[in-house]
Design a protein around this ligand. Sequence first.
Ligand SMILES: [Zn+2]
Length: 391
Amino acid sequence: MKTLVRNIGVLVSGDIRRPLIDADSLVVRDGVIAAIGRGLDEDADTVIDARGTTVLPGLIDSHVHPVFGDFTPRQRTVDFIDSAMNGGVTTAISAGEVHLPGRPRDIVGLKALAIVAAKAYANFRPGGVKVEAGAPILELGLVEADFAEMAAAGVKLVGEIGLGSVKTGQDAAPMVRWAKQHGMTVTIHTGGPSIAGSNPIGADVVLEARPHVVGHINGGTTSMSPAEIERLVATDMALEIVQCGNVRTALHTLRTAVDARATERIIIGNDAPSGTGVIPLGVLRTLSLLAALGGLAPAEAVACATGNTARVYRLNRGLVAEGREADLVICDAPIGSVAGDALAALAAGDLPGVSMVLIDGKITIGRSRNTPPAARAAEVIKGAGPGGAGH
Ligand SMILES: [Zn+2]
């Protein structure tokens, strides 16, 4: 199966060091990007005309709280992952399946939940979205053999440290070491507690625990102080800015990271479903915040939600590059915007209109049901369009 996307106006790479690619077409073969160039005109099964608009790598939401399937008990909402896909999200990374009613906190139970979540989402892609799940919440009593067992069963993540009984740097540090030895990527809750009954987590705990990711550095929902944020920017850990956090410290994190030349460590998530809600356009809204108010070049902001995150979580996506999984978003300025294209729309504080999403090279939707309508929309001019219908 070969797909050609041609007549691309702006091609965003997802690589924050070289965020734009000088090309107007790309070829997808068997779900993987096979060629990028100018005027490519291969004999493809499907031809998509991007009509001069913008192509981005599919967005990676670094902080989601799924449970099972496409239902969240937290906000009693169905199809929230499909809704996020309509906001350009093609990969969702679990920060812990914490909303399972009756979530087990004993060691056998928490391992079982993580293993089932990892395996269930490996078999099921809501709306086509790749959900990386199975993110155990650390509880006192875990030993190294537990991490080995989970890793052997396909668990690649550790959910937000601090939501279980492991809350201090001293308790967390050996477990983080074990998790890293077994190939897991580890995140930690920071700032004030998200629900009553837990404790705040500050920079000292994070520095002692040494996770890969400083989870919601701008709060989920209550932020650490600017001074603590500065101490964590001055490390090698990934810095996660979320939609459902504090907007002022999101911008403080960005400014501090820009000064430290550390924007390649910024990743972006929703932190939803949560008390704040389910926000299908949350990743786009965060890109707009960083670009419009934070002054970050919009293509670099996109990299924070694509290539940066893929690097931290070792995913073969997030970049428009040969050999990468062909997860792509085609978008434009929305109708009525002061901006002329999708990146200018982000810089102006608007949200782009998504006109097509591809996952592994397959079209999952045409015009988004959630973004404002794109001024110019991509079109399938040969082969099967969205929903498999011929054009
Ligand atoms: Zn949290």
